[in-house]
Design a protein around this ligand. Structure first.
Ligand code: E4P
Length: 216
C-alpha cells in the first residue's frame, strides 16, 4: 500500500518525505485555505513547491463544477508538473471531465466518493484514483473501511485499473484496516502516519535494553 500525506503544509510534507515512506500528496481547497494560500498565482506556486519536495503524485483539486471550467482548470494544473493529478469531484460534469482527462492521458483523482456506485462510475470514466472518504462515513456511524473493501472487491472482479485511495483517515487503525482490506493508497494526516510507530512495549523494551547496555 502506498502512503500519501493529506495536507498542504510544506513543513509536514517535508517531515513525511524525510521519514522515507512517502509516496505522494493529496490536497483539497480546505487544506489549501488552512495554509492561508490566496489567489491563483499563489495556489499554482504552492503546488509547484509541493512537487519540488515529493517525487510522486500530487493531487490538486479543481474548483469549477461545470465541465468546461473543470477541463480548463485541470489542463492548467496538469501543465504545472508531470506529477500533478487533477482532483475532480464526484458529480455528473466531474465524470465527464474525468473521461476527457483520461482520453488525454491526464491523471485524475475522483474525490468525495461515498458509495460503491460512485466508485464504479469513476472507474468507468477512467479515473486514475478514486477517493472514498472513510472518516466522514464513520462520522455518520456507517463503516468506511467496509466501503473500501467493497470497492476493492468490485474493481478486482471487474478488472478496473483505478486505484482505491482511502481518504479522510482519522487514526492509525484506519491505516491498518485499509491495508488489511487491500486499499492501494492511504492518504493520511502526519499524526496518523507517526501514530503507527507507537507501542508501549517498544518503549519499555528499549528502556531496558539501554539500561542493560550500560553494563556492557
Ligand atoms: C483527501 O483527498 C481528502 O480531501 C481528505 O482526506 C478529506 O479529509 P477530511 O474528511 O478529514 O476533511
Amino acid at each position: 500500500m502506498k502512503f500519501f500525506i493529506d495536507t498542504a503544509n510544506l513543513a509536514q510534507i517535508k517531515e513525511a518525505a524525510d521519514f522515507g515512506i512517502l509516496d505522494g500528496v493529496t490536497t483539497n481547497p480546505s487544506l489549501m485555505a488552512k495554509e492561508g494560500i490566496k489567489g491563483q498565482d499563489a495556489i499554482l506556486q504552492h503546488y509547484k513547491d509541493i512537487c519540488a519536495i515529493v517525487d510522486g503524485p500530487v493531487s490538486a483539486e479543481v474548483i469549477s463544477t461545470d465541465f468546461k471550467g473543470m477541463v480548463e482548470e485541470g489542463l492548467k494544473l496538469a501543465e504545472l508538473h508531470e506529477n500533478i493529478v487533477v482532483k475532480v469531484p464526484m458529480i455528473k460534469d466531474g465524470i465527464k471531465a474525468i473521461k476527457y482527462f483520461s482520453d488525454n492521458e491526464i491523471k485524475t483523482n475522483c474525490t468525495l466518493v461515498f458509495s460503491a456506485g460512485q466508485a464504479i462510475l469513476a472507474a468507468k470514466a477512467g479515473a486514475t484514483m478514486v477517493s472514498p472518504f472513510i472518516g466522514r462515513i464513520d462520522d455518520g456511524s456507517w463503516d468506511g473501511v467496509q466501503l473500501i473493501e467493497q470497492i476493492v472487491n468490485i474493481y478486482n472482479a471487474q478488472g478496473f485499473m483505478t486505484e482505491v485511495l482511502a481518504a479522510s483517515i482519522r487514526n492509525p487503525l484506519h491505516i491498518v484496516r485499509c491495508a488489511e482490506v487491500g486499499a492501494d493508497i492511504c492518504t493520511c494526516p502526519l499524526s496518523s502516519i507517526l501514530g503507527l510507530l507507537n507501542h508501549p512495549l517498544t518503549d519499555i523494551g528499549l528502556a531496558k535494553f539501554l539500561e542493560d547496555a550500560k553494563n556492557l
